[in-house]
Structures are given as structure tokens and as C-alpha cells.
Design a protein around this ligand. Structure first.
Ligand SMILES: *Cc1c(COP(=O)(O)O)cnc(C)c1O
Length: 387
């Protein structure tokens, strides 16, 4: 057994990253400024998006997107229940109704068919979720949204470096990325709103900072124009330069990070093929490039003879950390008790919600670490079935 704990994720921070943050702290300008602008520009160059806005989180980005689109009571938003709770919470907080599309059982992503079944005359927005680093099948989803004249915004929190049919996620349409510490690059906390809709970008720039009409950072003035006017009431979701400098540095290393993640994931796949009780996710059949944000497996609980919770606990006792991405949102306490959701609504989502488990995956891991995880899994499952 390992003598040190292997967490399921750990950000890749170097001494140079720390020094760069130190420089910003010493510069006299630590909130949104040159670094944030540079990060937005580099992000656009890297992914080929028309415009981007750096924000304090992906959750904040989703909040002001809903506001910009005027999502309000009576409106419906179609998204996945197999996602992080933030999107669904915000839909509810906007007074609108989340409508959950079920997922493909083996890729964990919504499909054109599952979304179509959720569309009504009240549907205002569709939010597909790219899962674990693989892209959702966007061509048919884009066509559906266009045909029905419904806005489409991709939850790309897992999709930093993901490609769909040769095109990076974020390049066309509207996408939201996250830089939370477990994501493929981190700024501590942070998010990026990307869109090819210039009017929407302008709206997001305004709403991220009090609804002020002027966004320009002025070196001489050490801030924005004192004459800036509130065009509409806005929020406070700007990204600081302390975070942005990390983002710039991490973006340089994204490809190297993702290559390492891919190497580790392929080793997991190969070694897990010997373990019948573990079912990894399946790659989508369309052309894509995986960003390997997470290595998600499903525990075949019938075969294993132990529950997913017992499995995770036993791995923890062997110094292996794991996570759950995600407990289906419609099965959370609030949604069950106050929102009228129930088991049986979304069979593929629920089947996975009960069985998924994310194994350790981060760039600073080694092949030996993967082997430690596999050995621990084999031991745990052997004990599980024999007792
Ligand atoms: C992390 C995550 C978010 C939220 O990102 P934050 O930057 O933490 O707000 C949204 N959706 C998914 C699928 C995520 O994994």
C-alpha cells in the first residue's frame, strides 16, 4: 500500500507561477487590469474564439448569461441533471424552470434526441454539458437550437482543450469555461465567457462590473473612467490580475497538461480492462479530441458485491482519493423536496449517479501512481466479493 495519500486532483503550480503572482502583488495593481486583458486575448488566440470575458467563476458567467438573455419566471431551460449544481441553481434563482434531458448511458452526455424531448413553447435556452473532457455531439444540437430558435450555451467547464470534429470547444457559439482548481487549468477561482455574438459579449462585459458602460482599464487613471455610467444594474464578477497571471501561465502549459492526462488515462484504460467490476466511460463515436478532465468509472455494484460508498471508503483507507462527478442534481435534497423531482425520471442519469466514481487524474501524477490505484482497486474488490 502507498504510504502517502493520492488525492483525486491537484493543481499543477510551479515556483515560476508563484513568482508571477508575487510580481502582480508587488506591482501596485492587483485587481482587473492588464493581466486580465492579456489573458482574454491569449484565450481567444488559443481557441480561436471571437471574444472572451474573464470572470470570477463559471457560475458567475452563467448567472449573468441568464440575466443577459432575460431568463425569468415562466421560462424553461433545458440542461443535464448529470452536472455540477451551479447551472441548475441559477436557473431556479432566476425564477425559471430547469428541464432535465437524460444522458447517454456510457458517455454521460445529453443528446439531440434527449434535448428534443424536453423542448416546449417556453424553452428559452439549452445548456449541454461537455463531460469529463469529451465533447457533446454539437452538430445535431446546434441544428435543433437553430430550427427552434432557442439560444444555445455550452457548459465547457470540463472542455479546456477538447475538440469536436477538429474544432476546439469555445471557437464557435457561446461557451463557459471554469478555472476552479480541479479543472484542466486553474486561476484559483475563475471562469471565461466566450462567444461569437458581439452584442452578447458587450452585455456580459457590462454585467460583470456593476453594469457600467465603460470597461477600459486606464493605466494613468489607475482604474476605469470616473465618468462611467450605470447602463443597467450589474454584478461584481470580474477576474483579478492575481488570478489572470496564473491563467496566462497555465494556458501556455495546457497542451502539455492534457498530453500527460491522456497518457495517464490510457494507462488506466488498459489496466482496468482486467477488472470486470469497473466500467470506464466510452468515447463518443464522432471525431473528437479528449481533454481528459476526469477519469470517471462506474462500479458494477451487482458484480462487486459492495456499494460505491464502501468502494470509495476502502480506497481511501488504502490512501487513494476519489470523487463523484456528479450526484444527479435532481436527486439533491432541495430538488427532491421542493421541486418535485423524483427517482425514475431520468433512468440513465440515475443509474450513473449511483455508480460513478472519479479516479485520481492530474498532470503531476506518474504511471506508478496509476498502478497504485489499480492495485488498490483490485485488492478492494477481491475483499468485497469474499466477505
Ligand atoms: C466546475 C463546474 C462548473 C462551475 O464552475 P465554477 O468556476 O466553479 O463556478 C460548472 N459546470 C460544471 C460541469 C463544472 O464541472
Amino acid at each position: 500500500m502507498r504510504d502517502t495519500f493520492l488525492p483525486f486532483s491537484r493543481p499543477a503550480i510551479t515556483e515560476q507561477d508563484i513568482a508571477a503572482v508575487g510580481e502582480v502583488l508587488r506591482s501596485g495593481w492587483i485587481t482587473t487590469g492588464e493581466k486580465a486583458v492579456e489573458f482574454e486575448q491569449k484565450f481567444c488566440e488559443y481557441f480561436g474564439c471571437a471574444g472572451s470575458v474573464a470572470l470570477s467563476s463559471a457560475t458567475g458567467a452563467m448567472h449573468i448569461l441568464l440575466q443577459a438573455l432575460g431568463i425569468s419566471p415562466g421560462d424553461e431551460v433545458v440542461t443535464a441533471s448529470m452536472t455540477w449544481v451551479s447551472t441548475v441553481n441559477l436557473i431556479v434563482l432566476a425564477g425559471a424552470t430547469p428541464v432535465f434531458a437524460d444522458i447517454d448511458k456510457d458517455t454521460l452526455m445529453v443528446t439531440e434526441e434527449s434535448i428534443k424531448a424536453c423542448i416546449s413553447s417556453r424553452t428559452r435556452l439549452i445548456v449541454p454539458v461537455h463531460f469529463a473532457g469529451a465533447p457533446a455531439d454539437m452538430d445535431p444540437i446546434r441544428k435543433l437550437a437553430l430550427d427552434k430558435n432557442i439560444f444555445l450555451a455550452e457548459d465547457a467547464a470540463h472542455a479546456l482543450g477538447t475538440e469536436y470534429k477538429g474544432e476546439p470547444v469555445g471557437k464557435s457559439g457561446t461557451s463557459i469555461f471554469s478555472f476552479h482548481p480541479i479543472k484542466n487549468i486553474t486561476t484559483g477561482e475563475g471562469g471565461m465567457f466566450c462567444s461569437d455574438d458581439q452584442q452578447l459579449l458587450e452585455r456580459i462585459r457590462r454585467l460583470k462590473f456593476h453594469g457600467l458602460g465603460v470597461d477600459a482599464y486606464d493605466r494613468q487613471m489607475q482604474g476605469r473612467s470616473p465618468q462611467a455610467q450605470v447602463i443597467e444594474p450589474g454584478y461584481k464578477y470580474n477576474m483579478t490580475d492575481i488570478s489572470a497571471v496564473l491563467g496566462i501561465r497555465q494556458l501556455h502549459r495546457l497542451e502539455a497538461f492534457n498530453n500527460k492526462r491522456t497518457e495517464l488515462a490510457l494507462r488506466y484504460r488498459e489496466r482496468l480492462s482486467e477488472v470486470d467490476e469497473i466500467l470506464p466511460l466510452v468515447d463518443p463515436s464522432y471525431p473528437m479530441k479528449h481533454a481528459w478532465h476526469l477519469f470517471v468509472v462506474r462500479l458494477d455494484t451487482d458484480r462487486a458485491g459492495i456499494s460505491r460508498e464502501e468502494f470509495m471508503q476502502a480506497l481511501k483507507e488504502k490512501n487513494i482519493g476519489t470523487g463523484i462527478h456528479f450526484v444527479a442534481v435532481h436527486l439533491h435534497k432541495y430538488y427532491l423536496e421542493s421541486f418535485g423531482t423524483h427517482r425514475g425520471m431520468l433512468p440513465a442519469t440515475e443509474w450513473n449517479s449511483d455508480r460513478i466514481c472519479s479516479l485520481p487524474l492530474f498532470p503531476d501524477m506518474t504511471a506508478d501512481d496509476v498502478d497504485d490505484v489499480i492495485d488498490a482497486i483490485k485488492k478492494v474488490l477481491k475483499n468485497g466479493t469474499s466477505t
